[in-house]
Ligand binder design. Structure first.
Ligand SMILES: *Cc1c(COP(=O)(O)O)cnc(C)c1O
Length: 406
């Protein structure tokens, strides 16, 4: 019986694995959607990373067969937990979905493991999250979606006093510790230690904090109860996937608070079989890469682009690697607009308007942010999402625009 389908399946797998260009129709062309050169980075609005061929092929193979969803959720979690050296793991709909499920899990954990917490009932339950003022961010919404409320603290004394019987978790925004960030009073280790003295689980948002690859186990091994990563950024999985890693009893509760349970706050954060498999395949792919040679390749791309514009009067070329989020070399091109005859916003507009359209890093022309020391006269080029041959195109285009040939 089992052999009936074997021959066509093998044939199909081999066809998928062939290195030729994909046979499918180009729906970007069909829809009239412009394909861009991403010289920005893993930005959500630019559809973040492209999946490597190995990952795309695994997704295509997974798409050919139905399976039992919960078996896939559980077994992928067990596999990831082993590979990423933690107790429990769950593929989520992204880091933001992981933050919501982490909150739902901690709320269930604090309220007698009762799953399916409805936001309108949350006020009658234990529902407080402690967060440092300098760690408040837009993803607070992902926590508050569950009906949880945030209790803000500044000093260490505030923090110690903030714990009560209502406390369900604490949240730590990992990249808030960048050198140019608002300097928080309480560091990672102390934050964790005090939460654990109160028996309260700690979540750390490390969404964009890979590379280095060991960050995928560093924070769980430090003792953080839950850690989220975005699947579609540095890990290069599907953009609508992410990881929630940590203590098994909490990742189990996170699982109970997502699809397919109709009474769960995460029911809408569905992750399809293709994305679950894509996320696992991306982790496998990543663990096979040589990080040093990847970083060397990014530096090489930065050099190609820097060399293309080094003759532009007043140009100062440097690279910077942010400490925590997006920890890869970024190219900084600083010039005097009155000498060159063009401003940073004008360069960005020209690159966007040309074919192929180029997006530079959104920190271009801005004040220092997340470890990138930009200013009004600095272009920032994020090189890590460039495809083969695109560094040369970006270099030529920048040269033309900065020498008024385009
Ligand atoms: C990108 C990001 C998220 C959201 O990640 P998704 O995978 O797009 O949901 C959350 N937190 C931080 C710090 C991020 O950088």
């Amino acid at each position: 019986m089992a052999l009936v389908g074997a021959a066509p399946l093998t044939a199909a797998v081999e066809a998928v694995a062939a290195p030729a260009a994909p046979a499918g129709q180009d729906y970007y062309d069909k829809l009239g959607v412009e394909k861009i050169i991403n010289a920005a980075g893993t930005y959500t609005t630019l559809t973040a990373a492209c999946m490597p061929p190995e990952v795309r092929r695994a997704v295509e193979v997974a798409a050919m067969h139905p399976v039992r969803l919960q078996e896939l959720q559980v077994k992928s979690g067990e596999y990831l937990a082993k590979r990423l050296r933690c107790e429990g793991a769950l593929v989520t709909s992204g880091a933001s979905g992981a933050i919501t499920l982490a909150t739902a899990a901690c709320m269930a954990n604090a309220n007698g493991n009762k799953p399916g917490v409805l936001p309108q009932d949350a006020a009658s339950l234990k529902n407080e999250i402690i967060v440092q003022k300098s760690h408040r961010y837009s993803y607070d919404h992902a926590m508050m979606l569950t009906g949880a409320v945030i209790r803000e603290v500044v000093t260490l004394d505030d923090y110690k006093r903030a714990f009560s019987e209502k406390t369900i978790m604490t949240n730590f925004f990992n990249a808030a510790e960048e050198e140019d960030g608002p300097q928080a009073e309480i560091g990672r280790e102390q934050w964790l230690e005090i939460a654990h003295q109160h028996n309260v689980p700690c979540h750390v948002d490390a969404a964009a904090d890979m590379p280095p690859v060991e960050n995928l186990w560093k924070y769980t091994q430090m003792g953080f109860d839950l850690v989220c990563f975005s699947g579609g950024k540095g890990i290069r999985g599907p953009q609508n996937a992410g990881l929630l890693l940590g203590k098994k009893h909490l990742t189990d509760l996170a699982l109970r608070n997502t699809n397919p349970y109709g009474d769960a706050v995460g029911r809408g954060m569905k992750v399809a079989k293709e994305q679950i498999v894509g996320m696992v395949a991306a982790v496998d792919w990543l663990l096979d890469q040589n990080e040093e040679s990847m970083i060397a390749e990014y530096s090489h791309r930065a050099k190609i682009i820097g060399d293309a514009v080094k003759g532009v009067p007043s140009m100062q070329i440097s690279t910077v690697t942010p400490k925590i989020a997006n920890h890869v070399p970024h190219l900084l091109l600083k010039f005097d607009p009155s000498t060159v005859g063009i401003t940073v916003p004008e360069v960005l507009e020209k690159l966007r308007a040309q074919k192929p359209s180029i997006e530079l890093n959104p920190n271009s022309g801005h004040k220092p942010n997340q470890g990138i020391p930009s200013d009004a006269n600095t272009l920032v080029v994020g090189v890590w999402m460039l495809q083969p041959g695109e560094a040369e195109i970006v270099g030529r285009s920048l040269h033309s625009v900065l020498t008024k040939k385009a």
